[in-house]
Design a binder for this molecule. Structure first.
Ligand code: SF4
Length: 176
């Protein structure tokens, strides 16, 4: 009986330790990246995570973070640019993550966050932006010329908003 009691206490203590450790790691990541408040429940910076995939839109991607802010999922993407200015391509990439979250988690995404070295921009995922994304995807899928890839980095292709439609991408279908 005593042994069972000790085992139960031991399991409880280990669970508590793991929980506190995870909380500490999450806080460290947030502090380092100046992430807005909300629970991080998916991280793609330190370890590989599964891609979000939409068969309907033939789209796949891995946002840097997904935040849970009051039950709403917000994709966060870290970028760099001169003077921390927003780039159109980054907005489209973020929009593709908003769409993927809507598809995979079945909930409306109000906005995503672009983070340029701590300078954050909330990008509303409006119908206009969604339409622009779909139009762009349609256009690149109908390009007859095969684009020249200038790198061998599959991670770039994973994070590219055009990966599903790009015949030069380095992502094997097996890994999706
Ligand atoms: S998916 Fe295509 S366009 Fe995107 S980074 Fe890879 S090769 Fe370049």
């Amino acid at each position: 009986m005593d042994l069972i009691f000790v085992i139960i206490i031991g399991i409880f203590a280990i669970s508590l330790l793991v929980f506190l450790l995870l909380r500490k790691i999450e806080k460290k990541i947030k502090d380092k990246a100046h992430i807005p408040s909300g629970n991080i429940f998916r991280v793609d910076l330190n370890k590989p995570s599964k891609a979000l995939v939409s068969d309907r839109y033939k789209l796949a991607g891995k946002p840097d973070y997904l935040l849970n802010v009051d039950g709403k999922i917000i994709p966060v993407e870290f970028k760099t640019s001169p003077n921390n200015k927003i780039k159109d391509g980054h907005v489209l990439q973020l929009a593709s993550y908003c769409l993927l979250v809507e598809e995979c988690y079945k909930q409306k995404v109000e906005y995503g966050i672009l983070d340029y070295n701590g300078v954050k921009y909330n990008i509303p995922f409006t119908n206009e932006l969604k339409n622009e994304l779909l139009k762009t995807l349609y256009e690149i899928r109908n390009v007859t010329e095969i684009p020249n890839r200038n790198h061998e980095n599959s991670g770039k292709c994973w994070n590219c908003a055009y990966n599903y439609g790009c015949p030069s991408n380095l992502i094997s279908k097996k890994t999706r």
